[in-house]
Design a protein around this ligand. Structure first.
Ligand SMILES: [Zn+2]
Length: 389
């Protein structure tokens, strides 16, 4: 047994499993002479990059270096601080116009705070052109302006931008610490929090959703169950369709209400009558543009959800390998142990590795824009449970 993790303090309290990172950031806060004007936070999805960046923003503004209680700390954390601007996007890319606005903002002195902080949550989505606009600001920094850029990895950021930033790397936080956060911050029962943190493989956002949304738990269990369901080719085709359907349900649940709301707001802004059977051309053009944007978002979301389901599915074969090897390492799917045991008995170790490879290939193909159903069918055929073992 490991001892219970010590929670970070003050403004850092929601930054879990990153003691070295916190120490480095605290040193920079304590010694303004060593302060850098551009920071790049990288870490796997769900590791808390933007949470860490916000905490850093708070520590920079706080007269006490990040007490976590004062107005500066609190407003920096909740995104309302006048001198902390956060750009988060769901679009596929951050455009030039948007970046110009930020750069212009960066040229101004802070209004009340010690620094002007500009946080870009998805710096990996800067296009080459917008990256070049940003680069200008990084090359000729404004005193007391600090850029905090977040991205999954260094490779996701334009090399010119990354070479002018100081790098902060977050690691995947330990399961116990993620569970502790859900318990402390969200009031989730520790047993449920631990299950969710383990099942989400320490992805903080997903863990929270699993812990708080029964539908998400059911969809996950359905995904895990596929591993023992695929006997023949027709099962494989059915399993692929199910995987896609699970992802689409997740998408509809998450996006539909928002898309409707956006459309209503747009019509309102344009002064158009929502009930009108036909809209004037300028309104139509805007509605079409919004619809296109929403479609892109839905496609991206579906792909992300399919990918997440594949990570879940892969964890079953990984767990089966752990069991076969008699390793003391914990199972990701402790809650679905019977499924894992069945898979461990049905497949040889080599078969398990092949299954994981098939899943990895499907993920790569979907990432490379192959139609998800095609990629999933090819994968599912490779996941058939060997007969007669
Ligand atoms: Zn404070």
């Amino acid at each position: 047994m490991t001892s219970p993790p010590v929670a970070a303090r003050g403004v850092w309290r929601d930054v879990v499993g990153q003691p070295e990172t916190i120490a480095a950031l605290e040193r920079a806060v304590a010694d303004p002479a060593s302060m850098t004007h551009a920071w790049l936070f990288t870490g796997p999805p769900g590791s808390g990059r933007s949470v860490a960046a916000r905490a850093f923003a708070g520590a920079l503004q706080c007269p006490d270096g990040g007490c976590g209680e004062c107005r500066e700390c609190r407003t920096a954390l909740d995104g309302t601080h006048a001198d902390v601007d956060v750009l988060s996007t769901e679009a596929l890319s951050i455009g030039v116009a948007q970046t110009r606005d930020l750069v212009q903002l960066a040229g101004r002195s802070p209004s009340i705070g010690r620094y002007r902080v500009i946080l870009v949550e998805d710096a990996d989505r800067l296009t080459e052109q917008s990256g070049n606009v940003l680069l200008k600001a990084l090359e000729e920094p404004t005193p007391r302006t600090v850029w905090l850029l977040c991205a999954p990895s260094l490779e996701d950021v334009l090399i010119t931008v990354r070479s002018r930033s100081r790098h902060v790397r977050l690691r995947t936080p330990p399961v116990a610490e993620v569970a502790g956060l859900l318990n402390r911050r969200d009031g989730i029962d520790l047993g449920m929090a631990t299950y969710a943190a383990r099942a989400a493989q320490s992805h903080i956002g997903l863990a929270k959703r699993l812990a708080t949304d029964e539908g998400a738990r059911i969809r996950r269990r359905d995904t895990i169950g596929l591993a023992v369901r695929i006997r023949g080719v027709s099962d494989a085709v059915g399993a692929a369709a199910d995987l896609l359907q699970i992802a689409e349900q997740e998408r509809d649940r998450s996006l539909e209400a928002r898309s409707t709301h956006e459309r209503e707001r747009l019509l309102e802004t344009l002064g158009a009558d929502p009930a009108a059977r036909t809209q004037p051309p300028h309104v139509r053009a805007q509605i079409n543009a919004l619809a296109k944007e929403q479609k892109t978002r839905a496609t991206r979301f579906t792909r992300d959800m399919v990918d997440r389901a594949l990570v879940d599915l892969m964890s079953v074969y990984r767990d089966a390998l752990v069991l076969r090897a008699g390793s003391p390492v914990g199972l990701v799917n402790e809650d679905a142990r019977p499924v894992v045991e069945e898979v461990a008995t049905a497949f040889t170790a080599e078969g398990l590795l092949r299954a994981m490879e098939a899943i990895a290939t499907a993920r790569e193909r979907i990432e490379a824009n192959v139609a998800p159903l095609l990629a999933l069918e090819a994968m599912a055929v490779a996941l058939r449970v060997p007969a007669g073992r």
